[in-house]
Design a protein around this ligand. Structure first.
Ligand code: AP5
Ligand code: MG
Length: 214
């Protein structure tokens, strides 16, 4: 099974993807996480991506597609895309890539959350510097402040979770990613979930939606 998660920055794609990929034994493909990894390793791709990400703009389609093909070319398990595709050009490139491999997209899940809610969530997000677990100081704090419950490493605020960059990312989503809703909505595989519920309820709802698929 191949699944795409769509939604605003802060709609909960990463939180849901971590749960779903475990439950469904899929590969969690977060282009944001991969790009941050490339940046941390100071690879040529990471260096090229830095200024785009720091400013809340999209990394060019060509770089993202080359990066994914290199990472996923030999992967045979189901793919759970989180943060990809983000432009119509990326969606078309993904369709062509799947077609060349004799595969298809089984579900596109749109997490519907109000803009005011995602603004608040992103301002209070913390991420583990070790295992990547996602926290929220308001709705999902760690047991000990600033420390990951799972691996004990420090938590950090993402570089692009500053108010001015969050505002830019939301505008970029509206301009460049929201058109994907029209691109996918006509398909029988398009599913919509209320991302404003608790993380557990969102996971339960999405699993339910996936099960009722023919
Ligand atoms: P990326 O890392 O993908 O960021 P994003 O799309 O902006 O989304 P976020 O990771 O901010 O939010 P999320 O939906 O994963 O929410 P989360 O689960 O963390 O991309 C970063 C940058 O990389 C882009 O700006 C771009 O520059 C570049 N990039 C990446 N992919 C690209 C591509 N394909 N093409 C070009 N450029 C690309 O949750 C957020 C917070 O809410 C957390 O605190 C969490 O605890 C909390 N929360 C989650 N769910 C719930 C819930 N149900 N109830 C209450 N709180 C919740
Ligand atoms: Mg994310």
């Amino acid at each position: 099974m191949n699944i795409i998660l769509l939604g605003y920055p802060g709609s909960g794609k990463g939180t849901l993807a971590k749960d779903l990929s475990k439950t469904l034994d899929m590969v969690h493909v977060s282009t944001g996480d991969i790009l941050r990894d490339e940046m941390a390793k100071k690879t040529p791709l990471g260096t090229e991506a830095t200024s785009y990400m720091a400013g809340g703009r999209l990394v060019p389609d060509r770089l993202v597609m080359d990066m994914l093909k290199a990472r996923l070319g030999t992967e045979s398990r189901g793919l759970l895309f989180d943060g990809f595709p983000r432009t119509v050009a990326q969606a078309e490139a993904l369709d062509a890539w799947f077609a060349s491999r004799g595969q298809e997209i089984d579900a596109v899940v749109f997490l519907n959350v109000a803009e005011s809610v995602v603004m608040a969530r992103l301002g209070s997000r913390r991420t583990c510097t070790g295992c990547g677990k996602i926290y929220n100081v308001v709705s999902n704090p760690p047991a000990k402040e600033g420390v990951c419950d799972v691996c004990g490493k420090p938590l950090a605020t993402r570089e692009d979770d500053k108010v001015e960059v969050i505002t830019r990312r939301i505008q970029v989503y509206k301009d460049q990613t929201e058109p994907l809703l029209a691109y996918y909505r006509a398909s029988a595989n398009f599913l919509e979930a209320d991302g404003g519920k608790t993380p557990d309820a969102v996971t339960r709802d999405v699993l339910g939606l996936l099960r009722v698929k023919p």
